[in-house]
Design a protein around this ligand. Sequence first.
Ligand SMILES: [Zn+2]
Ligand SMILES: [Zn+2]
Length: 124
Amino acid sequence: MSGQPEFTSEIRDGIEFFDCGDGNGFEQCARCGSSVGFDDCWNCGGDGTVEVDWGDDLCYSAYERRCEYCAGRGGRYVCCSSREYCEANPMPERAHIASPALPPSTSKPVSDSPSAMGTEKEGV
Ligand SMILES: [Zn+2]
Ligand SMILES: [Zn+2]
């Protein structure tokens, strides 16, 4: 009964990870404070591992290797705001943190019927 629960947080790769202490947590952009999304790794599809098979008929075997592109994380968190916004609106004392937002040039192509996806906002 000593007041508010204390959140601890840790900043990794431009993302601030909050630990609420009970197994729950949340993440936000460590630079601008926007919510974050998870960008699946293109190499492993979000599994964090890639299957390697030897293609040997006599001794077929496959094993899983940690994906080197995401270091087994399955992808990475990215700032949901645009890179432009994120860089222009850092929170106090966070301007030194590199924006984790995807730069426009590497954004995923959205040419496939963007209107069909609707404009739902992601809730929390
Ligand atoms: Zn990967
Ligand atoms: Zn941001």
